[in-house]
Design a protein around this ligand. Structure first.
Ligand SMILES: Nc1ncnc2c1ncn2[C@@H]1O[C@H](COP(=O)(O)OP(=O)(O)OP(=O)(O)O)[C@@H](O)[C@H]1O
Length: 330
């Protein structure tokens, strides 16, 4: 069996109004069973790409292949979309008057009622929604509705699940649970998942492959850890959220030399220690993070962040030696 389930070749979709935008000349492929996260700022083309993959938008150039077969556009078939893929959007498209069980079961035919019931119950079990079986959709929280929508999407032998902002309605505790469930589901069933998110931690935590979009262009396509450790553009470092970004003047103030405009590093690359070449910083704030502290440090008016694993070791107004072990230049 071919390892690649989806191949996108030179895909371009431009909207003319109100200004030229969309996505431009995008190529990548997706391995069967992988979770792919599409990350980028608002308007970077994430939803456009997802809709093109599903066949909801007429493309201008290029093609999408699913198992080697071209995905048809909305002008080429009666009902836009693709039978082997399912897309869950932020509105969930559930029947709000029907019970949870009936919403999910409605996707299956009545030819074998016992099999239909068994399959529906199994899918509810997988998504931890068995106890919601007899509730109406209007009685559910956003996160519960999300699970029902995913169960509904998956029950009819879906090969690829497309998720648009899957965690936007879920609080942080449930978000971790739902992320873990989605990951487990993909690994257990071999399902391929493509998701779009504003939150880079979704991609870093969940994905096997991360796509970084900027103004309709694919900027980076790699494993999350590779992208995190080696962002190829300043934009990538910015949207991943955790990086400390300084301009050249600020870098000089804390003793880093650069010929470029910016230096970038992560708090975990800052070593707190005493050594002849480390620099003295003042601890301006200590943020308690559970099993570690995040320190806000300042030197010559420039603020950086560092991690301290021995919680409480350095306190506000202390002076510490900090060595920036590694930094990137852009
Ligand atoms: N139907 C449309 N007509 C015209 N322009 C559109 C249309 N849909 C999207 N666009 C434009 O195309 C660009 C990409 O939009 P898209 O919705 O794909 O981005 P996004 O990354 O998903 O954004 P967000 O995170 O805000 O949802 C934006 O500039 C947007 O304004």
């Amino acid at each position: 069996m071919n390892e690649q389930i989806i191949t996108v070749n030179n895909l371009t979709k431009q909207y003319q109004e109100p200004q030229v935008s969309g996505i431009s000349n995008i190529s990548f492929s997706i391995k069967r069973g992988d979770i792919v996260a599409i990350i980028g700022e608002s308007g970077s083309g994430k939803s456009t790409l997802l809709k093109c993959i599903y066949g909801l938008l007429k493309t201008d150039e290029g093609e999408i292949l699913l198992n080697g077969k071209r995905v048809l556009g909305p002008d080429e078939q009666l009902i836009p979309g693709n039978a082997e893929m399912k897309m869950v959007t932020q509105d969930f498209s559930l029947n709000i008057y029907a019970k949870v069980y009936d919403n999910i079961a409605s996707m299956l035919s009545n030819t074998d009622v016992a099999a239909k019931q068994a399959k529906t119950l199994e899918m509810m079990e997988r998504l931890h929604i068995t106890k919601l079986k007899d509730k109406k959709i209007t009685e559910l929280s956003g996160g519960e509705q999300q699970r029902v929508a995913i169960a509904k999407a998956l029950i009819s032998d879906t090969k690829v699940l497309l998720l648009d902002e899957p965690f936007s309605q879920v609080d942080s505790l449930l978000k971790n649970q739902l992320r873990a469930d989605i990951k487990r589901l993909a690994k257990e069933t071999g399902l391929t998942i493509v998701l779009v998110s504003h939150d880079p931690t979704d991609g870093l935590f969940l994905a096997d492959q991360l796509l970084i979009l900027k103004q309709g262009q694919l900027l980076q396509n790699d494993k999350p850890e590779t992208i995190y450790q080696n962002p190829s553009h300043l934009y990538t470092a910015q949207i991943l959220g955790n990086a400390i970004i300084l301009d050249a003047e600020q870098a000089t103030q804390i003793g880093l030399k650069t010929e470029k405009q910016n230096v970038v590093f992560y708090p975990e690359w800052v070593e707190l220690k005493s050594s002849w070449n480390s620099r003295r910083f003042e601890v301006k704030e200590v943020y308690y993070k559970g099993f570690y502290d995040e320190l806000l440090l300042e030197r010559n008016g420039v603020k950086i962040r560092a991690l301290q694993l021995n919680s409480g070791e350095h306190k506000k107004n202390d002076h510490v030696q900090a060595n920036i072990g590694r930094f990137l230049e852009f």
